[in-house]
Ligand binder design. Structure first.
Ligand code: KIV
Ligand code: ZN
Length: 518
């Protein structure tokens, strides 16, 4: 009999800890809704004590989502646990996830606690969490580098204090698959009360082994996997949900497990997370990369024509990648456009639809052929931005080898139109200077990247911009057939995100803590 593997998605918590990946409340709700629709078992909605914004998003998601368990993260501190409970208590199925580091390195240098003090903290905090919430998960941070006998003791104690899930993280992505699997095997064999809890795996990708380590943990007894869409997460990221789910599905003959995930929603979820965070998916990324189902070599194409199984181990349809039948052009109306969006997996509200449709019409005037990729880029650039504080209105630039580079820009800031003319070292520099003049935000430009979305000289350019201000980073994309306009849009999108992050990190009643590097 195949056994169920519970999917615990942490895109909204560990995923959001990626440098530059910030999401506002509306965006987080959109992601939570898609995760619920995919039948994710547990959604870790955030770290409620981290900021007022985090608290608000965890509590709003708890109220809105009905079919998935909602978890809130808490350090081993009573105030963290109380705040996490306040945020998740509205959920149909709430969960408190509390953690403390158990490796010698973390205990000595980060926590400045002895092993017995850590044991005492586990006792106090897990019992406290269990008094508030029937569903408590406890994590031994940096388990991959912890002493195994000490781990046994901590896990036994956490279970006896009421934890019903024990999460074993490879926090720094240090272990090898057999090494990590062996930790689970030993826990299963040596912790007397382990049958009273579900074992969970949480891996990071520093050595590119996050998914392999999670699979190995499942083979040795883990029944919950913590993962993120597109493998988003701290540093090199977390294990990718889509890779784990599809590996279990494709290799079910060798692994007697299943998940409840509706795999046909994977593409839609991947695109949404990419457009919201501004993190592009690399073309050769497993499952959701643009080339994951592309066949270039003649010998492969020939095989595919004869039998798709020759070079495909899963169908594109199984991850929701369908060949769209509608071809759009400048005469297409709103209904046809909306139908196309639905085929591509998007459902937009009326306001967002009108905004994106307007941009589609502009694009269709400039470009002969509109590809699916163009529409995906427009949605990514626009969907979540209708309430933006700073909006792009128009741009005129002087460029070329003989001219002075000058940008004449109009932005709308909080409803008021503002204009600036600035010069610079090239048209992009001039444009960014005029944005700085209008907005008076002098963030450092940490990344500027341009790529063509499709083939052809009339292709849209997609620009990625990452900004940094006082250790806060934000990243966003912008697209347009004119790459200078695309650059302006990307910069403005990143600025809007920076403003949200600024308010989120402002000290307030809920939080005086700094949460970087959890
Ligand atoms: O990587 C980690 O150890 C974590 C814990 C908070 C579970 O993210
Ligand atoms: Zn983590």
């Amino acid at each position: 009999m195949a056994e169920k593997i519970y999917i615990f998605d942490t895109t909204l918590r560990d995923g959001e800890q990626s440098p530059g990946a910030s999401m506002n409340l509306e965006e987080k709700i959109q992601i939570a809704e898609i995760l619920e629709d995919m039948k994710v078992d547990i959604i870790e909605a955030g770290f409620p004590i981290a900021s007022k914004g985090d608290f608000e998003s965890v509590s709003e998601i708890s109220k809105k989502i009905k079919n998935s368990t909602i978890a809130g993260l808490a350090r081993a501190k009573l105030e963290d646990i109380d705040t996490a409970w306040e945020a998740v208590k509205h959920a149909n199925s709430p969960k408190i996830h509390t953690f403390i580091a158990t490796s010698p390195l973390h205990m000595k240098y980060k926590l400045k606690k002895t092993p017995s003090e850590v044991l005492e903290a586990i006792k106090v905090t897990v019992s406290h969490a269990r008094n508030l919430c029937p569903n408590v998960e406890w994590s031994c941070e940096d388990a991959g580098r912890s002493e195994i006998e000490f781990l046994f003791k901590c896990i036994d104690l956490a279970i006896s204090c009421g934890a019903s899930t024990i999460n074993v993280p490879d926090t720094v992505g240090y272990t090898l698959p057999n090494e990590f699997g062996n930790i689970f095997k030993q826990i299963k064999n040596n912790v007397p009360n382990i049958d009273k809890a579900i074992l969970s795996t949480h891996t990071h990708n520093d050595l590119g082994l996050a998914v392999a380590n999670s699979i190995s943990a499942i083979q040795e007894g883990a029944r919950q996997v913590e993962c993120t869409i597109n493998g988003l997460g701290e540093r090199a990221g977390n294990a990718a949900l889509e890779e784990i789910v599809m590996a279990l599905k494709v290799k079910k003959d060798l692994m007697p497990f299943y998940t409840d995930i509706k795999t046909e929603s994977i593409t839609r979820a991947s695109r949404l997370v990419s457009s919201i965070t501004g993190f592009s998916v690399q073309p050769n990324k497993a499952i959701v990369g643009a080339n994951a189902f592309a066949h270039e070599a003649g010998i492969h194409q020939d095989g595919m024509l004869k039998h798709s199984g020759t070079y495909e181990i899963m169908t594109p349809e199984s991850i929701g990648l369908t060949q769209s039948s509608l071809v759009l052009g400048k005469h297409s109306g709103k209904n046809a456009f909306n139908k196309k969006l639905n085929e591509l997996g998007y459902e937009l509200g009326d306001n967002a639809l009108m905004e994106v449709f307007g941009r589609f019409k502009d694009l269709a005037d400039k470009k002969k052929e509109i590809f699916d990729e163009d529409i995906i880029a427009l949605v990514g650039d626009q969907t979540t931005r209708i309430d933006d504080y700073i909006k792009f209105v128009s741009l005129k630039v002087n460029a070329g080898s003989f001219q002075k580079h000058e940008a004449d820009l109009i932005l709308e800031i909080d409803g008021n139109k503002k204009n600036s003319v600035a010069s610079g070292n090239g048209p992009v520099d001039a444009t960014f200077n005029s944005i700085k003049e209008i907005t008076d935000v002098n963030a450092k430009l940490k990344l500027y990247q341009v790529h063509a979305i499709t083939a052809g000289t009339d292709a849209q350019g997609e620009v990625t911009v990452r900004l940094e201000e006082n250790e806060i980073t934000s990243q966003a994309k912008g697209s347009d057939p004119d790459i200078i306009v695309a650059s302006a849009r990307a910069y403005i999108n990143a600025l809007n995100k920076l403003l949200i992050k600024r308010t989120k990190s402002a000290p307030d009643k809920i939080s005086e803590v700094k949460v970087k590097g959890v």
